[in-house]
Design a protein around this ligand. Structure first.
Ligand code: ARG
Length: 575
């Protein structure tokens, strides 16, 4: 039940305000002893020509509230009316509801009948998958899950960087120095090696530049041999990327990359010409965007070739034609913000109103604190390396914990748990703060089992599950019908946090910020641990209270699991 709306309904019935306005006025008091909701009466004073204190007194005494069973108290404090929710009914309502819904708690149907395109990951083929690309991959995957949870039809798109002059260079380089065997063994390493070599050799040998240009031209013209090589590089890169995606539980509906849209960019040029939007500038064809305050958007370079922006225009049009999207989201780094502003402005100028439903969702940079990696090139850290290292360190910690606590676990089980927790620790670091903030990795922080980390959250989940198992052995089951007994301060605070989970999902969608959810889950875990430290669950005074607290444990598990799942993290049942 939405308590605020229910209170607003009654207030609207007894004042001359409508529900909308009442909702805007209702506040959450700064201290819990001042009630759960407060209604200030200043606004009413004018129309009612009465002092707000008097109005507050009348409202508090109004008999419309006497029949509301879930309110324990209504008192006026000066010009305010303070509402106290009955903790028992509140607990029963919230916990019971979560248990009924299980890990579908948080679902909604606001998105029913609407389509959202989420473009994310979009790595450049033949290049290593580094920690920066993980940012878009993780945020995008989470947004796709969040929108799905809210009932939208989500199309997950991976706009691969599989087009451009660099493929002419790669073809030339491969023919000169490529090693088939190494390519099969470790495609990206080999492609990177010959690409770097090309740039070194090119400095002294201009014929390489010419050859690369010719090969790119052949590729564009569809010459079979060049296309075949390009396709090979693309397919092999995708095998590598897909292994990573699988490991992270990430998938896409569509891998149409830049090459796919390049064939359509001529139509874009024609459309812009027909609408008289193309002007010449230093030999290039551009769309002037002065009225938007942006620099002109280049559509055709002086040599007549199309560029990145033309392909993005083609892609947006293709997406609209094929999916009639209600929203089209691009999860791409902040440095490309202007590019997207220009692309959306060109669409708008060309009369496509869906430009207003296109949104660039940016994110910050990835940094490291005291971390060394073996990567040859000092500047880039591979995602795989980061995950492998996190998993290995987690394994050490878990193995030690098991020894200390005298817990027996098979090697397989330890490996499975370490993989999930280590991977979770990496993913959580990307989603724990607002996405526009730079993130800093540090082993101590991300693997701190007591900090704001995935290991802490997963551990809280696993330990709670183990309490539920232990209870079962003693013949005790969660009983949601007894949850009206959960009225102490810790229980009440925890249940309030659980109740707020649902709105954290809608807030995350409204701002495209997965951290709204991770933060809520983290607050739930903190509140739960406070409750756990202060109240005994299996040692509670009565069996009824034990079973009520077990129900609370179950609701906590359902919510943590559901929340972590929305940011792309899996839980484990024991650790
Ligand atoms: N492949 C590009 C990169 O790695 C990102 C593509 C972003 N998406 C787009 N529609 N332009 O920088």
């Amino acid at each position: 039940m939405d308590y605020k709306s229910e209170i607003a309904k009654v207030l609207a019935g007894i004042t001359e305000l409508d529900i909308e306005n009442v909702l805007k006025l209702i506040e959450i008091p700064p201290q819990s002893d001042m009630g759960d909701y407060a209604f200030p009466c200043f606004v009413l004073a004018k129309t009612m020509r009465k002092a707000p204190q008097m109005i507050a007194q009348d409202v508090a005494a109004n008999e419309a509230f006497t029949s509301v069973s879930w309110l324990s108290k209504i008192v006026n404090a000066g010009p305010y009316v303070n509402f106290y929710i009955d903790r028992g009914s509140f607990a029963k309502d919230i916990v019971g509801n979560i248990i009924d819904l299980g890990d579908t708690y948080g679902e909604d149907n606001v998105g029913e009948g609407k389509t959202i395109i989420v473009e994310y990951s979009s790595p450049n083929i033949a290049k290593p998958f580094h920690v920066g690309h993980a940012f878009t991959t993780i945020i995008g995957n989470s947004l796709a899950k969040i929108y799905t949870k809210l009932g939208y039809k989500v199309v997950r798109m991976n706009h691969l960087g599989d087009y451009g002059t660099q493929f002419g260079k790669l073809i030339t380089a491969y023919r000169l120095w490529g090693d088939e065997e190494k390519l099969n063994e470790s495609p990206i390493d080999e492609l990177l090696r010959i690409y770097v070599k090309f740039h070194e050799e090119e400095k002294n040998d201009p014929s390489l530049t010419t050859s690369a240009r010719e090969n790119f031209k052949k590729l564009e013209d569809g010459c079979p041999e060049e296309v075949e090589l390009w396709k090979k590089f693309r397919d092999m890169s995708l095998v590598v990327f897909n292994k990573l995606y699988d490991r992270m539980g990430i998938s896409f509906d569509n891998y149409n990359g830049e090459s796919f849209y390049s064939t359509m960019s001529n139509d874009v040029v024609k459309m812009l010409q027909d609408k008289n939007l193309l002007v010449e500038s230093e030999g290039a064809q551009v769309v002037d965007l002065e009225e938007y305050g942006y620099p002109p958007c280049i559509i055709l370079k002086s040599d007549g070739t199309t560029i990145y922006a033309s392909r993005d225009l083609a892609a947006a049009m293709y997406r609209y034609d094929n999916y009639k999207f209600d929203k089209n989201i691009y999860v791409v780094g902040i440095p490309q913000a202007l590019h997207f502003k220009q692309v959306f402005a060109v669409l708008k100028k060309a009369g496509f109103d869906y430009a207003d439903n296109c949104e660039h969702v940016g994110f910050g940079l990835v940094k490291f604190k005291n971390m060394k990696f073996s990567t040859r090139d000092g500047n880039i850290v591979l995602l795989e390396e980061l995950i492998d290292e996190a998993v290995a360190k987690t394994k050490e910690i878990i193995t030690n914990n098991c020894k200390q606590r005298g817990v027996e676990m098979t090697e397989d089980e330890i490996n499975m748990i370490s993989e999930k927790v280590g991977l979770g620790a990496v993913i959580y670091t990307y989603v724990k703060s607002g996405r526009e903030r730079d993130i800093v990795f540090s082993w101590e922080e991300m693997l701190d089992f007591e900090g704001d980390t995935a290991p802490y959250l997963i551990y809280t989940y696993a330990r709670t599950r183990s309490i539920l198992r232990k209870a079962k052995e003693q013949g005790l089951e969660p009983d949601k019908d007894k949850t009206n007994l959960l009225i102490n301060d810790d229980e009440y605070m925890l249940i309030r946090n659980l109740a707020d989970f649902k709105s954290s999902v809608s807030k995350a969608a409204a701002s495209n910020e997965p951290f709204m959810i991770s933060r809520q889950v983290s607050q739930i875990a903190r509140a739960y641990n406070r409750f756990y430290n202060n109240s005994s669950i299996l040692g509670a005074e009565s069996d009824d209270l034990k079973c009520a607290r077990l129900a609370l444990c179950e609701a906590v598990c359902d919510t943590i699991k559901s929340g972590l799942n929305l940011v792309g993290i899996d839980v484990v049942e024991r650790m």
